[in-house]
Ligand binder design. Structure first.
Ligand code: CP
Ligand code: NVA
Length: 303
């Protein structure tokens, strides 16, 4: 097995993302290959998690492997011990590391020094497994990618970065409405634009939520304050006040629009009270598809 890291959606080859989505859907009704039998995977989390931890632990279990979880208090990445030393030690014990870090740079350093695959379980920059699992949910609901309009409302954050690159890869038009100072960074836009040229998809950075939501097939939102930004909570609550997904905003979208959210959600902030419940079948499919996608990804990496 050759070492392959998944730190960004851009680590998937063009065409591979769509292939993995289709494989994931098929895998739900198939016997899972026991490719992790006799193997162990470390889960290193600097931040809390419900979905990512549960779905990765279960995915490892479904493939016959053993998952070892390390909590935020236990690791002390770069504090108790240097990141390169942690990477070297892990490489002697386990066959892969799934890591959730504050800084994306920490993941890059781990990947550089580890001789085992390192998978991004969310950093301040990207959340690639969320984005690919979300493509699974979109494909199941809409039966296609090309020509769909996805409106992202809110913060140009880690989830938005990964989703933008993923949409550009498969030909979904990505319209994002953010306050100007919370827009997508130029480097992410450059990467996404390269894919968008190949798939003919459109990327639009907007400030007006209603403009992004117009004729949307998918309306997507995420928290205004991500983990690690807690001290900015008040400032962000004010900046994003007009960026709530509510019935009025949904009225601009197509009739069969679906609302998506990676969760955890703050009811009454980025989503009006009642919206998560109204669209729960899609939103909890999203959570479930994390498991199916990550099992497919691990099966691919360890085949
Ligand atoms: N969506 C997501 O990554 O959830 P957790 O933070 O609970 O893992
Ligand atoms: N943007 C959020 C996503 C949580 C899954 C965060 O980073 O906290």
């Amino acid at each position: 097995m050759t070492k392959r890291d998944i730190l960004s959606v851009a680590d998937f080859a063009a065409g591979e993302a769509e292939q993995l989505v289709k494989k994931t859907i098929k895998s739900k009704n198939e016997a899972w290959p026991q490719v992790l039998a006799g193997k162990s995977i470390a889960l290193l989390f600097e931040k809390p998690s419900l979905r990512t931890r549960m779905s990765f632990e279960l995915a490892v279990h479904h493939l016959g492997g053993y998952a070892i979880y390390m909590s935020p208090e236990e690791i002390g990445l770069g504090k108790r011990e240097s990141v390169p030393d942690v990477a070297h030690v892990l490489s002697r014990y386990v066959q892969g590391a799934v890591a959730r870090t504050f800084l994306h740079r920490t993941l890059e350093t781990m990947a550089e020094y580890a001789s085992i695959p390192v998978i991004n379980a969310l950093s301040d920059y990207e959340h690639p497994c969320q984005a690919l699992a979300d493509l699974v949910t979109i494909y199941e609901r809409k039966g296609k990618f090309k020509g769909l309009n996805l409106a992202f409302i809110g913060d140009g954050n880690n989830v938005a970065n990964s989703l933008l690159i993923a949409c550009a890869m498969v030909g979904i038009n990505f319209l994002i409405a953010t306050p100007q100072e919370y827009s997508i960074q130029d480097n992410v836009l450059r990467i996404a634009n390269k894919y968008a040229e190949q798939t003919d998809s459109h990327i639009m950075l907007l400030e007006e939520p209603a403009m992004a939501a117009k004729d949307a097939d998918v309306i997507y939102t995420d928290v205004w304050t991500s983990m690690g930004q807690e001290e900015e909570y008040e400032q962000r609550r004010i900046a994003f006040a007009e960026y709530q997904v509510n019935e009025k905003l949904l009225s601009y979208a197509k009739k069969d629009v679906i609302v998506m959210h990676p969760l955890p959600a703050h009811h009454g902030e980025e989503v009006a009270v009642g919206i998560i419940d109204k669209y729960r079948s899609v939103i909890f499919d999203q959570a479930e598809n994390r498991l199916h996608f990550q099992r497919t990804l691990l099966a691919e990496l360890y085949k």
